[in-house]
Design a protein around this ligand. Structure first.
Ligand code: TAP
Length: 488
């Protein structure tokens, strides 16, 4: 049997059935650590397939919304259990398809399972308030109703956690879903949907259509029967989605990029700050919207911090993500590799000093993958491209500052405002940072990262649109408030 015939083809999931795209076209999903290895073939769907998925979701919404919240939550528990049985398989698929290390992929899958269980419980929480009426014989209250059909458009960097933190609240609050995963990680997405199928989710409640963003993603944005769109990805696509959704009156939620600062003051625990900067900036090969990319260090401790940081960065083991010795895997795609290398070139051209890294790694087996060295710049001035734009790669920019005030002004001088962290022991500095930093996720003496799943996640400025994801905050996007007045 040839290698190619051993590779599985993954289908769309529409109305409870696994079906081929109407185009009869498939695309290979490849391993970014070994570009000759095909992880699976995925459907390259057309607008016709999307229309079928939307029709199925529209049909299913009548019955699904009639189920009680706790009953919908029971399905989420069953999906979580199905995923737990297959956790190693899902994590390995993610590692081979996207390139993050196996422990990270397993951690992300475990997080997806925990999110499902959390939202299963949310199905039992109150959804409204009684409001005193001036009419003493009447009863006035609010309740919440589902939006209807929700379009879920997700990126490749968290191919399990992001789809689940959108789909779990969508489902428990009574919506049905049309899911378009990033084509680059569509095999991992298919495994998650297989678990939904195994859990017995009724037909049409979740539908998955794979294909390009310009056809299927744009089709979701334009479809008159999709009532809400939740998106995570680039700013450029997010803005386009926001405009399209607004034009036809659909509700939308956008989680976009970040250019996240860490501030290290002279009273900081330097070992902690160095470890958190490395982990926050270089884990997942820097492909996280919360990744630390700008490091503001007080001049009195700058040299020491730099020396300690470089000593540890030099020890980072880059390699195949399935190798237990590997700390940092490849970038997720050839496109991503070229983007990151072009940012590194730009940094050098604009006058920053390359302290370490900056090259594609091509020794032996690594030449078959999209590997880049962990990279550290200094003498980065705040208006340089690498200090302003999201690189989405393992690149740190060190910036020397004299005071916290200076650091805050520079840290806020970007279009983004997702996450930010500070290292200091001084309560006054902590409070100034909490009050003045323009970011939705603020961390003190802790690495820049996402938040625990029961807390709201989102940013300010161009990082996010108005609504928050995760925790109880998710109800705001996935439902509409109905105000009721009753008089017998
Ligand atoms: P995007 O191009 O924004 O893709 C995100 C999702 O949107 C994918 O499913 C994509 O589909 C889809 N999409 C693309 N064009 C669309 C359109 N016109 N209408 C509707 N949906 C569309 O991000 P990317 O290519 O994955 O990454 C590019 C950059 O985005 C990265 O370098 C990084 O800076 C940023 N990014 C940010 C995040 C987070 S968490 N904030 C995550 C990933 C990427 P296909 O890709 O399948 O075509």
């Amino acid at each position: 049997m040839s290698v190619e015939t051993m590779v599985k083809t993954y289908l769309n999931y529409i109305d409870g059935e696994w079906v081929s795209a109407s185009t009869n076209e498939v695309e290979p999903s490849i391993n970014p650590a070994k570009k000759y290895e095909i992880v699976g073939y995925v459907q390259k769907s057309s607008k016709k397939d999307l229309d079928k998925a939307v029709a199925a979701a529209k049909k299913a919404k009548q019955q699904w919304r009639k189920l009680s919240g706790p009953a919908r939550g029971e399905y989420l528990f069953k999906i979580a259990n199905a995923m737990e049985r297959r956790i190693d398989e899902i994590a390995e698929t993610m590692t081979r398809e996207m390139g993050k290390t196996f422990p990270e992929a397993k951690g992300e899958t475990a997080r997806g399972i925990a999110i499902l269980r959390y939202y299963a419980g949310e199905g039992m929480r109150k959804v409204g308030d009684v409001i005193p009426s001036t009419d003493s014989e009447g009863l006035m209250f609010t309740t919440r109703v589902p939006l209807g059909v929700v379009g879920v458009i997700t990126p490749w960097n968290f191919p399990v956690a992001i789809p689940i933190w959108k789909m779990a609240p969508a489902l428990v609050f009574g919506n049905t879903v049309v899911f378009k995963p990033a084509q680059e990680t569509a095999v991992t997405a298919a495994k998650v949907v297989e678990c939904m199928d195994e859990a017995g989710l009724p037909s049409g409640v979740v539908n998955m259509v794979t294909g390009s963003g310009s056809v299927i993603g744009q089709g979701i944005v334009d479809h008159p029967d999709i009532n809400g769109i939740t998106f995570t990805g680039s700013n450029q696509v997010g803005k386009q989605i926001g405009q399209g959704a607004l034009a036809r009156g659909a509700k939308y939620q956008l989680e976009m990029g970040g250019k996240n600062p860490v501030i290290v003051l002279e009273d900081a625990d330097l070992d902690l700050a160095v470890d958190a900067t490395i982990s926050g900036g270089l884990r997942s090969t820097g492909q996280k919207c919360t990744a630390t990319s700008r490091v503001f260090v007080q001049s009195t401790v700058y040299d020491q911090f730099k020396e300690n940081l470089l000593a540890k960065v030099k020890q980072i083991k880059v390699g195949d993500s399935m190798d237990p010795e590997t700390w940092m895997g490849p970038l997720a795609s050839e496109k991503q590799l070229q983007t990151v290398l072009s940012y590194i070139r730009k940094g050098i051209e604009e006058g920053a000093t390359l302290l370490y890294g900056g090259r594609r790694l091509e020794e032996r087996e690594l030449k078959n993958g999209f590997f880049v060295e962990p990279t550290v710049f200094e003498n980065v001035s705040p208006k340089m491209t690498i200090a302003q734009e999201e690189i989405f790669g393992p690149v740190l920019a060190l910036i020397k500052v004299d005071t916290l005030e200076e650091a805050l002004i520079l840290a806020n001088d970007v279009q983004y405002g997702l996450s930010a962290s500070i290292f200091t022991k001084d309560i006054g500095s902590m409070l100034s940072f909490i009050n003045e930093i323009e970011a939705g996720l603020v961390r003190i003496n802790a690495e820049s990262a996402g938040v625990e799943l029961q807390a709201p996640f989102g940013g300010m400025k161009q990082s996010s649109s108005h609504s928050r994801e995760q925790g109880q905050a998710a109800i705001e996007f996935f439902t509409a408030i109905k105000t009721v007045f009753v008089k017998a």
